[in-house]
Design a protein around this ligand. Sequence first.
Ligand code: ATP
Length: 234
Amino acid sequence: MLQIADLAVAYGPIQVLNGVSMSVAEGEIVALIGANGAGKTTILNTVSGLLRPARGEIRFAGQRIDGQPPERIVAAGLAQVPEGRKVFRNLTVHECLRMGGLVRRDKAGVAADIERMYGLFPRLRERHRQLAGTLSGGEQQMLAFGRALVARPKVLLLDEPSMGLAPRIVAEIARLILDIRREGMTVLLVEQNAAMALGLADRGYVLEAGRILLEADARSLLADERVRRSYLGL
Ligand code: ATP
């Protein structure tokens, strides 16, 4: 579904990704873990078209997408839930969710999915008229998630969905990720919380200083001595 080959990305003179190759098969949940600054968000932003690679290829459902504008990539069925509080601050919760549906033609389906998001996140229903910029961090995270899901993407890129959330909400988000996979979605999950990510994922990659250091099924990574020491704090 998603193939990244020999990707190199630089910010000006500073090279942050150096020949990254990875893939996500249809229906898979793949975790990408790594220390702060390893380049995880840079990978997601390049896949979603926000950054241009200096080298390498990205294919989505067989088609080259590297270098294409983000709106074209979203329309093709790839949605990103950005890290932290990147929602439209001056739109209400409800308007933000409707934005998610702009790439779809079936208006009735969009309305039904927004209703479903309110079912999943009752907090958002209570606050549907509130401006997104005034929501708490956790609420904004839920909104960013809900907005991406309303787009019904084929592939969902999740950037640290557990960040800043209470353990109970993290468990809910984990359940939600498993649910959306059951509905046929493919997920690439970037996480600092390696235990959570590898607990959910089928496979995982460990990124270190812009290179893939390890790649294995999630269970093997959870048992790997280096992963246990560096990312699980064991
Ligand atoms: P974290 O877990 O802390 O979010 P990350 O693995 O997602 O880290 P990136 O956000 O991809 O890491 O950043 C990789 C490196 O690129 C970091 O050293 C960061 O400082 C640098 N970087 C990111 N964005 C820019 C930018 N716009 N200009 C210059 N350097 C940048």
